[in-house]
Design a binder for this molecule. Structure first.
Ligand code: BDR
Ligand code: CA
Length: 308
């Protein structure tokens, strides 16, 4: 039986790739997709969710909901330099009126998360690949509903690796450290997929040339456009390779044997200053699973199989 999941995301190029992998995997049944402020403003995120669903055309239309437009505290911080103006790099997808590959949930994202968790008690895994604001709102508004989740798999943080926003902090945690602190201290069954693991999985020009470009599918074409890959010069615009942060979180749910985890408690720095958004090991607090190792080759094969 397929595992029931829902995905909270801030689409985002690698979020889009994570959605494609999830919907294309027979091992998963994606019940719902929610948006949160992050890589780009929430309006862009929500449009991008709809665009990616139009590209995927899922057999079972998921519920979708808008989430938080701002972090719990502080200001939004966008990553246009990585994800482009709209969040999908140079990919262009038209939304056609009357062709909706989703069902709109008119309440906020956190309500859809707890409603779906209550609908499938002990069965639903929440995959969170953006800032954790919607999850924190779920904890604040319906803790019992959140406790019905089977598990929460989060892409975020840097434990022993350096950060990607500051030398210490990773983007998803840095945008809303207060939300991250609430989530890590919640006692929910969490698996964290930090930069320590995601920096091991990336698309190189060689993978693009040998594994992605020859596929000629709507998904492989999307990867080329969204990552701004130039098939003639064999280069990504402005970067050496493309990290598959968010797809790895989906991969860890599809097949747990792809990652190696260790258990420890984590604390989040919420005070402004040099270490803002840094997460570190601590003696106190609930223990969570932290992915530190990845079977790189097997994960990349899984990722490419989702583009077929
Ligand atoms: C995370 O930040 C975002 O830019 C990516 O989508 C990913 O979720 C990596 O630090
Ligand atoms: Ca993301």
């Amino acid at each position: 039986m397929a595992k029931k999941v829902m995905i909270d995301c801030d689409v985002g190029v690698d979020d889009a790739l994570a959605l494609i992998l999830a919907f294309q995997s027979p091992e998963l049944a994606v019940e719902a997709v929610t948006g949160v402020n992050g890589n780009v403003p929430l309006d862009n995120v929500f449009t991008n969710i709809q665009k990616i669903l139009s590209l995927i055309q899922p057999k079972k239309r998921p519920l979708i909901a808008r989430g938080a437009a701002q972090p719990l505290k502080g200001h939004a911080l966008y990553a246009h330099s990585v994800h482009g103006k709209t969040g999908l790099g140079e990919a262009k997808i038209d939304l056609k009126k009357g062709e909706e590959w989703w069902t709109l949930f008119t309440g906020p994202a956190h309500e859809l998360i707890t409603k779906t968790a209550r609908q499938y008690p002990g069965e639903l895994t929440l995959i969170a690949v953006g800032p954790l604001t919607n999850l924190a709102l779920g904890l604040q508004n319906d803790l019992e509903g959140m406790k019905k989740l089977k598990g929460v798999v989060i892409m975020g943080g840097a434990i022993r690796a350096g950060g990607n926003v500051t030398p210490y902090a990773e983007f998803n945690i840095y945008v809303d450290p207060l939300a991250a602190k609430m989530v890590f201290e919640s006692g929910l069954p969490i698996t964290l997929v930090p930069l320590d693991a995601t920096h091991q999985v990336f698309l190189t020009p060689r993978w693009m040339d040998e594994q992605v470009s020859p596929l000629h599918t709507p998904f492989s074409n999307f990867v080329i456009e969204a990552t701004n890959y130039n098939i003639e010069t064999h280069r990504f615009k402005n970067r050496e390779n493309i990290f598959l942060h968010d797809p790895l979180a989906v991969g860890a749910v599809i097949d747990q044997t792809l990652v190696k985890t260790e258990r420890f408690s984590l604390q989040v720095e919420t005070k402004e200053g040099e270490y803002y958004g840094k997460i570190s090991e601590t003696e106190e607090g609930p223990k969570i699973n932290v992915c530190l190792g990845v079977d790189v080759e097997r994960f990349l094969k899984l990722f490419v199989s989702g583009l077929k």
